[in-house]
Design a protein around this ligand. Sequence first.
Ligand code: HEM
Length: 182
Amino acid sequence: MYGIIFTFLKEYVEERHGGNETWRTLVKATTGQEHKIYFPVVDYSDEEIVGLAQTAADALGLPLPVVLEDFGSYVGPRLMSFYPMYLKDGLDNSFDMIIHAGANIHDAIHRHNPERKPPHLSAQRESDDVLIIHYHSHRKLCHVVRGIVRGLGERFNEKLTIEETQCMYEGAKECIIKVTKS
Ligand code: HEM
């Protein structure tokens, strides 16, 4: 995964879990390096980012999925502010944002740099208040997806219920996430 996601993880740990001291401790415990810097456009191993999240989960005494989901809720709105060039006019609610990300943004990122391997994501409205998201990735980060959805809901002041109706961790080919707006 590209370094920018590590930058977001660093910001997340610093903002929500005790500042730069905590981040340095996590990096040292995971990589053995005291002052490792992640460069945004360098590709790092997927294991390393999950390793950092696992070390954070251990330190916080929380299950890894909980930490990944909380990180997702931080990163959803952050992706929007960091990549304004991938947005379009009229994205004023989470459903349109997620549909646009699935239909256009990740593909555009991959086209721009084929080395980048964003997930396969698609989303369709089942009705005005129900969105069905299909997610597939070898990284199996459906907990991050759920968090991103939650974070976007908060960003747009919406009340969302998120339910994973099918999951790769239970042997399915892809995860399906149903989002209901109330
Ligand atoms: C402003 C909107 C978005 C932008 C600019 C964006 C961009 C990106 C980028 C740059 C990556 C890293 C790819 C790599 O390092 O190869 C990524 C990964 C990811 N994105 Fe998005 N994304 C957006 C919205 C979303 C949404 C709405 C979801 C889900 C609802 C999502 C789910 C994910 C997940 C789970 C990953 C981790 C990689 C994986 O699962 O394989 N993204 N995204």
